[in-house]
Design a protein around this ligand. Structure first.
Ligand SMILES: O=C(O)C1=C[C@@H](OP(=O)(O)O)[C@@H](O)[C@H](O)C1
Ligand SMILES: C=C(OP(=O)(O)O)C(=O)O
Length: 457
């Protein structure tokens, strides 16, 4: 293997320039190479998807809500700021729990920064439609390219005006002209490019005077478990929310209960740590794995087994993944769990047989065009990958070091870190982008390696 274009041949995960985030610099981050099999336990922070759903519902609940063990990251901070701007009270306790006092009325006149968070840019506009005035929403440059049509069409179907500079708008930035409340009723949207369009409308549905009868028309529906998650979170707050047929949901009007909710760890963010056991060999354990969950990250148990791992879920909720020394490719329809694609692609790039990931054309509208990004970065690392209509194909190859671009995509950064365990000379541009959903990823990664002295020194 050649050492490629890495900025520093000493691949030790060390910072190299001015610090911009705990232990991270604006120089490419040298991904640690694993020199021996892992033996580590990693406590993964709370689920992004659950945290932002619970936060949003708490802001319009009938009483206060406490979120126990929520995620604290850029995406959750953006949601908290948005809810405060719309009139909710949000306090973080000393031990990291979050107390939410609902807004008595959803306040107009706010300007919301959605960053690059799909859960903020999709979930907040329907809430803004309940405001007693205009709410302006914008986000990062890339956020302006992410699809919003399902949300905007749904709102228009409910009689809401969404404009930019006076003209109808279908992407950020735009203004939602809230009228203080909505009638609700029957709405049809196309959610082929994001399940979040469906979740967004369902989440506010109990606050519509007639509730919501929502249908999806379109050839495909990605990330179905995330829609099930929305229904389950609503039901957990006392709302009558059901799937009444394929691509058809109904939410009855009613109060959203407050109370206490415990947030599950983020199973998709557990992915890179579990994948590390395959890339480096050895065992990685993640505690508090839920016995049952709507998080699509739970699919990792089966997927990693197919790729060559021994996977065991103990009675105390600890998930153990043990690498057996080889990583196999696989043919996988990831329609239901697209957010796992970069993690699986990283393993596929170091696997001993070909991989085909299907059903993920909609990843072109994620934080970056993830299909293009994966192909570009695997190729940069000396691998063989190509885009298909609805996914990627990856062939076995001997990789070499390179500086991996991340395109403001947290999962492209963790993709690079996984490859870097097995391939010397991998450095990652803007590893701080992982803060979108994971506080201090470099620290957690380093700690995983240090638990067995496995890091290169
Ligand atoms: O509702 C959610 O919390 C999410 C739904 C999915 O979005 P898409 O259906 O747009 O892929 C997923 O990829 C995203 O990370 C989180
Ligand atoms: C697609 C993702 O995020 P978002 O919630 O911004 O859509 C993701 O986290 O993989």
């Amino acid at each position: 293997m050649s050492s490629g274009a890495a900025a520093d041949p000493a691949v030790d995960g060390s910072p190299g320039g001015p610090t911009t985030l705990a232990g991270v610099t604006d120089q490419p981050w040298n991904a640690p190479l694993a020199h021996r099999p892992l033996d580590a336990t990693v406590a993964v922070p709370g689920s992004k998807s659950l945290t932002n759903r619970y936060l949003l519902l708490a802001a319009v609940a009938s009483g206060p809500t406490r979120l126990v063990a929520p995620l604290h990251s850029r995406d959750s901070a953006l949601m908290i700021d948005a809810l405060r701007a719309l009139g909710a009270g949000v306090e973080v306790t000393a031990d990291g729990d979050v107390d939410v006092t609902p807004a008595t009325t959803v306040r107009g006149g706010a300007s919301i920064d959605c960053g690059l968070a799909g859960t903020v840019m999709r979930f907040v506009p329907p809430l803004a439609a309940l405001a007693d005035g205009d709410v302006h929403l914008d986000g990062d440059e890339r956020a302006r390219e992410r699809p919003m049509d399902g949300v905007v069409d749904g709102l228009r179907g409910l009689g809401v005006d969404v404009t930019h500079d006076g003209a109808p708008a279908r992407t950020l930035p735009f203004t939602v002209h809230g009228t203080g409340g909505l009638e609700g009723g029957d709405v049809t949207i196309d959610a082929s490019v994001s399940s979040q369009f469906v979740s967004a409308l369902l989440l506010v549905a109990p606050r519509l005077r007639r509730g919501l009868d929502l249908r999806h028309v379109g050839e495909r529906l990605p990330s179905k478990p995330h829609i099930d998650m929305t229904l389950e979170v609503l039901r957990g707050r006392g709302v009558d929310a059901r799937e009444v047929g394929e691509g058809h949901w109904r939410v009855e009007p009613g109060e959203i209960a407050g109370g206490e909710v415990v947030v599950e760890p983020d199973l998709s963010n557990a992915g890179p740590f579990l994948a590390a056991a395959l890339a480096a060999g050895g065992t990685v354990r993640v505690p508090h794995w839920p016995a049952s969950t709507t998080q699509p990250g739970d699919d990792l148990r089966e997927i990693l087994t197919r790729m060559g791992a021994d996977v065991a879920l103990a009675e105390d909720g600890t998930l153990s993944v043990t690498g057996t020394g080889t990583v196999h490719g696989l043919d996988l329809d990831l329609t239901r769990a697209g957010e796992l694609a970069p993690t699986i692609a990283a393993l596929a790039a170091i696997a001993d047989s070909p991989t085909r990931l299907r059903g993920i054309g909609h990843l072109r509208g994620h934080e970056t065009d993830r299909l293009a990004a994966l192909v570009t970065e695997i190729t940069r690392l000396g691998g063989i990958a190509r885009e298909t209509d609805d996914g990627v194909e990856i062939e076995p190859a001997t990789l070499h070091g390179a500086v991996v671009e991340t395109y403001h995509d947290h999962r492209m950064a963790t993709f690079g870190a996984i490859v870097g365990l097995a391939v010397p000379g991998v450095a990652i541009v803007d590893v701080a982008t992982t803060a979108k959903t994971l506080p201090d990823f470099p620290g957690l990664w380093r700690d995983m390696l240090e638990q067995t002295g496995a890091a290169a020194g």
